[in-house]
Design a protein around this ligand. Structure first.
Ligand code: A2P
Length: 269
């Protein structure tokens, strides 16, 4: 009896890998974060994004772009996500538990990276909503503190509860065993709300335009000589903040041509 060998199954080298959920924390009914195992071969630059997702019933994976919220040196991967009740992915992703599997793409990319900025003295990180995620990565990267004397991290949300993630993250920087000493007093955190009473209120764009932000921080307004900026939020927020940067004389940069500011849409799905 003759036997024919089965053709070897084709392995797609770009296929996502299945990673284990290590932690899940819910902040509000709209926001949560989770941590995944990180494959040894998975390399990225702090601030980049990657495709993540879940398998669909028909077997095909359902993937969406997500900023990586952990820094490049971390052994695990962290993500900060919105929960959309009828969102194809987040309606299911919000139910993940420790031990479950999440699919992780293989090609991290993005422009919210230090490489896309020219050297400067002060780094502004302007974010709204889940747009804080890439900055949770950048703020935990030692290179940020090697390259800049001062980092202004701003986060604007609808209400106070939505600021919890950024507040806790910035609060933990000084005590971080790896970067705490480098961070010192370099980070200034500015949080504002737009739909609930809080100590600082208003859209970041209004606060830049009126100068209230700079007055509050006791620093000079945006200056292309010294200041570099990363922007992450909704399309509208990016457009409006970008205009203000350009008005102040800052030029948009990219990986190919580093300059004064960089932008990226906050992913949601
Ligand atoms: P507002 O409450 O005035 O819309 P969201 O949760 O919808 O993504 O919004 C996050 C935050 O971004 C909210 O505080 C919202 O303010 C603010 N925001 C929305 N659009 C803009 C914009 N064009 N420029 C600056 N901030 C914005």
């Amino acid at each position: 009896m003759s036997q024919t060998a089965a053709a070897p199954a084709k392995v797609n080298p770009n296929a996502p890998t299945a990673e284990k959920v290590l932690a899940v924390e819910h902040y509000t009914d709209r926001l949560f974060r989770f941590r995944l195992t990180r494959p040894q071969s998975f390399r990225f630059r702090s601030g980049e994004f990657i495709m993540i997702g879940l398998p669909k019933e028909d077997g095909k994976p359902l993937l969406r772009a997500y900023s990586i919220a952990s820094p490049s040196w971390d052994e695990e991967l962290e993500f900060y996500s919105i929960k959309v009740p009828d969102g194809p992915l987040t309606s299911r992703l919000q139910k993940i538990q420790v031990g479950d599997e999440v699919l992780l793409g293989k090609k991290p990319v993005g422009t919210l990276v230090l490489d896309a900025l020219k050297p400067g003295k002060r780094l502004y990180l302007f974010s709204t909503g889940t747009g804080f995620a890439p900055f949770a990565s950048v703020l935990r990267d030692p290179e940020t503190y090697e390259k800049f004397d001062e980092i202004i991290a701003t986060h604007t949300c609808r209400d106070v509860a939505e600021l919890t993630y950024s507040k806790e993250l910035v609060g933990s920087l000084k005590d971080d065993p790896l970067i705490g000493e480098m961070v010192g007093n370099k980070v200034k955190y500015f949080a504002s709300t737009t739909r609930e009473e809080s100590p600082a209120m208003g859209r970041i764009t209004n606060l830049i335009e009126t100068g209230d932000l700079f007055e509050h921080l006791g620093i000079n307004p945006l200056n292309p000589e010294t200041d570099r900026v990363m922007i992450c939020g909704s399309n509208e927020m990016i457009k409006d903040t970008k205009e203000l940067c350009e008005k102040a004389g800052l030029e948009e940069g990219s990986n190919a041509k580093p300059a004064d500011f960089v932008i990226e849409k906050a992913f949601a799905g």
